[in-house]
Design a protein around this ligand. Structure first.
Ligand code: SF4
Length: 735
């Protein structure tokens, strides 16, 4: 704890209390103790600070005596040079004394009757304004407010700071001066508002000049403490509850420019007591680390003008809502299912046309600046229309509540968030994405940076409770894309490994996923520990984590309920959930069967499993395989027959990892039914598949499975099986 800070705080508080005592004595002499003071019909809380902190109902000059006397009682001697004491408590008491003394001083200005705001300064803020704006503050629509003691060193910095706060819908109050210069003047010089702008206009702009003196800052604190009485339901005199309420519910902070004088420090201690940290741009200000009085640091220094507002937001843990996504095309959920056809396409990324990956990961807060979007490599205006480009989108996320477990969840939302941009098509996930930009969107000005704009805004919007900062790195440089694909693949493997060891029997609830209902309205993924979502991006832990952070979101717990058939994987609770969430289209769901009530398939599946009746087994084909399969259909043709949210016995979309699960079609014979798959897929799953093959007593099963090099028709598959002695030949008939 800084002795310097609290020495200045206590010294400043002594001065405020001295002024209040003098002014009170003078007012009693000149006007008499019974003269009314206060803001009349503009507040129901007398003098709100003494009403809430002391339980007083001060209505006259004489009534101020107890308030000012208590301010004096709270003061401790100014620390001496040779004595070290724990200063926090004394400093906070000095803050309370300052607020009581300041409130007495402004109340005494009403001794001749309350004069409403004048000369472009707001002065006292009424209960009406408190009710109108306070509800937005406490319910989060307005993320917070800033009280700036100014002016800033330059008009440019003053305007930049206010503009940044405006862009985040943070209400800004201006007060104080240095050598007569105020931040209100800087707003006029910088064109934020005119000198004769009515105060209503300033409120509309979210920039309110409160008063030219330091003392005027008390109007803001006196306004915000009333929220604890009005919205928090706390009673007069419940000081601890009121202060706890402002700390928890009012996301406010102070900003000071330049060296901080004693009287500002004293006022800052009052703000800190209410839970509002102070951010200074001066290197002479000591930092005060978290003590529990404020949510994070009580005093923080930020000398970089570009980081000043982000630092304030981080220090007060303000959750910013970005109302409008600033991109040149429409943005709405209605565009999510929009397809961009080949003839309407300006450029595409991924699928079989180019390398493409999206990857979200956690970083330390000091590694990124919130809102940074970096695009390297040629943008989409450099490409010949109709062609493909490589693409990587890295989303860097920082937040004091962020966890590695949330990375996959947030990453999977990229599909939904980017699809909401009119003219941008997105399917798939991880390194399996396929995106298109329409000619119309391109002509409207849509460029790669706008993907970053969307991701930054939506992460704050939907995960504001966890995310503090977001930066996006986009590249179309082939080498860079390859490097990110490799780095992301390692992370994807790590995420997939976390679930190893859990079984479906070891849990009572599964999780749903309905993210893909925009494309396939009846589709519900039922995610179990041993069967991940068919896109391959969500496992059971992801479902649980997403439910934790977004309880009303697409991942809901599904209590298994009574077991109807353990072998097929049928439970009463799951059937009920699927029925209610598939628009009452799907009545039964068997988790482990291809033939009886299989899971519905949307369109995002990594692979499709299809029956090969002649071979008494099943084939599996992954999205990247472009040739005709032994079923007589290509992946695309199979996808048309399987996708759309329908339940299609004999065909099912699956995630790649499910192929190595003990629960893979376990009701139909399990992995022993696998008779054909593309060579590349075989190599991709080899390591994981080996364990399951050994478990079922067929250690060389993978080598017995035919690939396109062994068989291209069902007959050739059968011939290959006979040649290698495939175990499916001795299983019960599939049909
Ligand atoms: S495929 Fe399933 S798990 Fe994946 S996003 Fe769609 S609904 Fe969710």
């Amino acid at each position: 704890m800084s002795k310097q800070v609290f020495t200045q705080v206590i010294r400043g508080a002594h001065e405020w209390v001295r002024q209040a005592e003098e002014a009170l004595e003078k007012a009693v002499e000149e006007h008499g103790p019974d003269t009314p003071i206060g803001w009349g019909g503009h507040t129901a809380y007398c003098l709100p600070m003494s009403y809430s902190l002391m339980g007083l109902e001060v209505k006259t000059v004489g009534g101020l005596k107890d308030q000012v006397a208590h301010a004096r009682e709270l003061l401790r001697p100014v620390p001496s040079d040779d004595l070290w004491l724990p200063y926090l408590g004394d400093g906070l008491d000095a803050g309370a004394a300052t607020m009581l003394a300041q409130e007495a001083l402004v109340a005494l200005k009403t001794v001749n009757g309350y004069q409403a705001s004048s000369n472009g300064w707001q002065g006292f803020i009424s209960d009406t304004i408190m009710r109108e704006l306070g509800i937005q503050l406490v319910d989060g629509r307005m993320p917070g407010f800033a009280l700036i003691l100014g002016p800033a060193p330059t008009t440019e910095l003053a305007v930049k700071t206010v503009r940044e706060l405006q862009s985040r819908s943070i209400l800004t109050f201006l007060c104080a001066n240095r050598d007569g210069k105020t931040m209100r003047e800087q707003m006029v010089e910088g064109g934020v508002f005119q000198d004769d702008a009515p105060l209503e206009e300033c409120w509309d702009l979210y920039v309110v000049p409160v008063g030219p003196e330091t003392l005027d800052g008390i109007y803001v604190l006196n306004w915000s403490i009333r929220s604890a009485l009005t919205f928090g339901g706390h009673k007069r005199g419940e000081s601890r509850k009121c202060l706890n309420y402002t700390k928890r519910r009012i996301h406010a902070f102070g900003i000071t420019f330049g060296d901080i004088p004693d009287d500002w420090y004293a006022m800052g201690a009052g703000a800190i007591l209410m839970g509002y940290p102070v951010i200074s741009d001066s290197t002479s200000t000591p930092v005060i680390h978290p003590t529990g009085v404020t949510v994070r640091e009580a005093i923080r220094v930020e000398t970089d003008p570009d980081k000043l507002v982000p630092t304030c937001i981080d220090t007060r843990a303000v959750k910013v809502k970005i109302e409008k996504i600033d991109i040149p095309v429409g943005y709405a959920a209605a565009f999510e299912g929009e397809r961009v056809r080949k003839d309407d396409m300006h450029v595409q990324f991924g699928f079989k046309y180019s390398d493409a990956v999206e990857y979200a990961f956690m970083v330390e807060p000091n590694e990124i600046n919130d809102g940074d979007v970096e695009v390297t490599g040629p943008d989409i205006d450099s490409v010949e229309p109709g062609k493909a480009m490589p693409l990587c989108m890295e989303v860097l996320i920082a937040g004091r509540k962020m966890q590695r477990d949330f990375e996959g969840i947030m990453e999977r939302q990229i599909h939904r968030w980017t699809s909401h941009a009119m003219g941008f098509m997105h399917t798939g996930q991880r390194d399996q994405i396929w995106c298109r930009v329409s000619k119309k969107a391109f002509n409207a000005g849509f460029r790669l940076e706008h993907l970053g704009t969307i991701l930054h805004a939506k992460l704050h919007d939907e995960y504001g409770g966890i995310v503090d900062k977001v930066a996006v790195r986009i590249s179309t440089e082939p080498e860079k894309v390859k490097e990110v694909v490799a780095r992301a693949s390692e992370a994807f493997t790590h995420r997939d490994d976390r679930i190893a060891g859990m079984t479906d029997e070891s849990v009572d609830v599964f999780y749903s996923c309905t993210v893909c209902q925009s494309y396939a309205p009846d589709h519900v993924c039922v995610i179990t520990p041993q069967r991940l979502g068919l896109c391959g991006a969500y496992n059971w832990l992801d479902g649980r984590a997403n439910y934790e952070i977004n309880p009303a979101g697409p991942n809901q717990p599904i209590p298994k309920g009574r077991t109807l058939d353990l072998d097929k994987g049928e439970w009463e609770g799951v059937n009920k959930f699927v029925y209610e969430n598939s628009n009452r289209k799907v009545e039964r769901f068997c988790a482990y069967s291809l033939l009886e009530a299989p899971m519905t398939s949307c369109g995002c599946f990594e692979c499709i499993v299809a029956i090969l009746p002649l071979a008494n087994g099943v084939m599996v084909v992954n999205r990247e395989f472009l040739e005709i399969t032994p079923s007589g259909m290509s992946f695309g043709e199979l996808a048309s027959a399987t996708g759309g949210g329908a339940q299609t016995p004999g065909f099912v979309g699956v995630g790649r990892l499910y192929l190595s699960s003990p629960k893979f079609l376990s009701a139909d014979g399990g992995v022993k039914r696998l008779v054909w798959m593309p060579k590349a897929l075989k190599e991709g799953i080899r390591e994981r598949f080996r364990k399951e093959a050994e478990r079922v007593g067929e250690p060389d099963l993978l080598d017995k499975i035919a690939t396109e090099e062994d068989a291209t028709t069902e007959e050739e598959v059968l011939a290959h099986m006979e040649k290698v002695g495939h175990p499916a030949l001795s299983l019960d008939p599939l049909m």
